[in-house]
Write a protein that binds this ligand. Structure first.
Ligand SMILES: NC(=O)c1ccc[n+]([C@@H]2O[C@H](COP(=O)([O-])OP(=O)(O)OC[C@H]3O[C@@H](n4cnc5c(N)ncnc54)[C@H](OP(=O)(O)O)[C@@H]3O)[C@@H](O)[C@H]2O)c1
Length: 282
């Protein structure tokens, strides 16, 4: 049983990744992101998920330095944006993310969205960074089974992580099974469906039964399904609330009830239709 903010899953290359972290999508660079990352780190979070496109890597880096926590105790993820896909441009984007973060290395670097034609070249760049020891783990985001199969036909290294939209309205069973088989760790983005699940009647009823909030029920459900989770909040009280999920366990019956809420409904783009930042070439 996952029992603390410090508990980790072991990726297929042996690197240990925290089960729980803070997401910073739509958090403004500067004071806002510095305050939320510091609130999380002060409360015991050790994992932060950012991306070049969030335009807050500088603030994330500043918060990390000001926290005084030794770098090696933290797990920092960033992602290569769609318009930077391709071999050379990915290598450049990686260096730019490190520069902005003020870090020597990332723990995890992801391809943010597959697009159509360039993800294999992009992956080669990630493999090079990994083989040179410049990043501890590499992975993908928003990859469907068909993207993974296609990538793995040519890849030297199987992605260690696939970060996808995942919550009780989008349980991604087939993709999760495939990832388990291939030892690719699934990670949930928008675990709270950006707030849209917080009044869901079954979740409200279960939250009352367990004496927890709906957000806590969902995040605990993620962990019991062995899915890494990275809820975002800019509010210290919610950052603490979201991580207060290690003192209870959802029963198998109630896990099934939450699984049963799936309606294959997304809050974000469908990976086969994502076009932002992509051009004809990629
Ligand atoms: N790879 C990708 O393509 C991708 C896409 C989207 C997101 N992500 C990553 O996943 C992270 C999480 O996803 P997300 O930010 O889209 O959505 P989310 O974590 O599902 O939801 C965040 C929203 O819920 C609110 N919230 C958080 N905790 C709450 C609580 N305990 N009670 C009530 N409301 C609460 C937040 O508001 P306040 O901030 O006001 O508290 C915010 O509006 C992102 O930050 C990002 O790191 C990745």
């Amino acid at each position: 049983m996952i029992s603390s903010l410090k508990d980790k899953t072991t990726l297929h290359n042996g690197v240990k990744m925290p089960w729980f972290g803070l997401g910073v999508f739509k958090v403004q660079d500067g004071d806002e992101v510095i305050r939320s990352v510091k609130a999380a780190l002060n409360h015991g979070y050790i994992s932060i998920d950012t991306a070049a496109i969030y335009q807050n890597e500088e603030g994330v880096g500043k918060a990390i330095r000001e926290s005084g926590i030794p770098r090696e105790e933290l797990f920092i993820t960033s992602k290569v944006w769609n318009s930077d896909q391709g071999y050379e441009s990915t290598l450049k984007a990686h260096d730019e993310s490190l520069r902005k973060l003020g870090l020597d290395y990332l723990d995890l670097y992801l391809i943010h969205w597959p697009g159509k034609h360039l993800y294999k070249e992009t992956w080669k760049a990630l493999e090079k960074l990994y083989k040179e020891g410049r990043v501890r783990a590499i992975g993908v985001s928003n990859f469907q089974v068909h993207h993974l199969q296609d990538l793995m036909n040519d890849a030297e290294i199987i992605p260690m992580v696939n970060q996808v939209e995942y919550h009780p309205h989008l349980t991604q069973k087939e993709l999760h099974e495939f990832c388990k088989q291939e030892r690719i760790q699934l990670e949930a983005w928008s675990p709270l469906k950006r707030g849209a699940l917080l009044n869901e009647p079954v979740l409200t009823e279960l939250a009352e039964k367990y004496g927890k909030s709906v957000a806590q029920m969902i995040l605990r459900w993620d962990l019991q399904n062995e899915v890494v989770t990275i809820p975002k909040s800019i509010k210290a009280d919610r950052i603490i609330e979201n991580a207060s999920i290690f003192d209870f366990e959802i029963s198998a019956d109630d896990m099934n009830r939450i699984d049963g809420l799936n309606i294959d409904d997304r809050s974000g783009s469908h990976p086969d239709q994502m076009v932002v930042g992509f051009t004809e070439g990629n």
